[in-house]
Write a protein that binds this ligand. Structure first.
Ligand SMILES: [Mg+2]
Length: 134
């Protein structure tokens, strides 16, 4: 089962800081369109979010026609494992892909994301962004 996890805040919905349990940002239609296309291609889609799966959240997802198979659960995790979902790709607005970066670059990349809220981009003293391999 090819599984893709999507974060909610900052990915499915725009996010500019916590406003409340049932307060959501405007839909990010490019992400939602991608989710629809991926779902139609047979991918298993999990929404993995800090938010609980409230009726308000589910209502938002329904109103925006966001396709998903689960929220904060992964039915194919083996017994006696944590709740971390098993996935092929995780789409998140605050993630760094580890590709063997050496310690200094890894720390620089992490601290840049924490300080600026954005990954290091080409032209900011790095050559190939947060996913660079050295
Ligand atoms: Mg987020």
């Amino acid at each position: 089962m090819k599984t893709i996890c999507f974060d909610f805040d900052g990915v499915i919905a725009h996010y500019d800081g916590w406003k409340g349990v049932d307060v959501f940002g405007k839909p990010n239609w490019d992400v939602i369109d991608a989710m629809k296309q991926l779902k139609s291609r047979g991918y298993h889609i999990i929404i993995w979010t800090t938010r609980k799966a409230t009726s308000a959240l589910k209502g938002y997802l329904t109103r925006c026609n966001v396709p998903y198979d689960a929220i904060n659960s992964c039915s194919h995790n083996p017994p006696n494992t944590s709740q971390k979902p098993i996935y092929h790709v995780f789409i998140d607005d605050r993630a760094i892909q580890y590709r063997g970066q050496k310690t200094p670059k890894l720390i620089r990349t992490i601290e840049h994301l924490i300080t600026n809220g954005e990954p290091i981009l080409a032209g900011e003293g790095e050559t190939s962004g947060a996913q660079a391999t050295n």
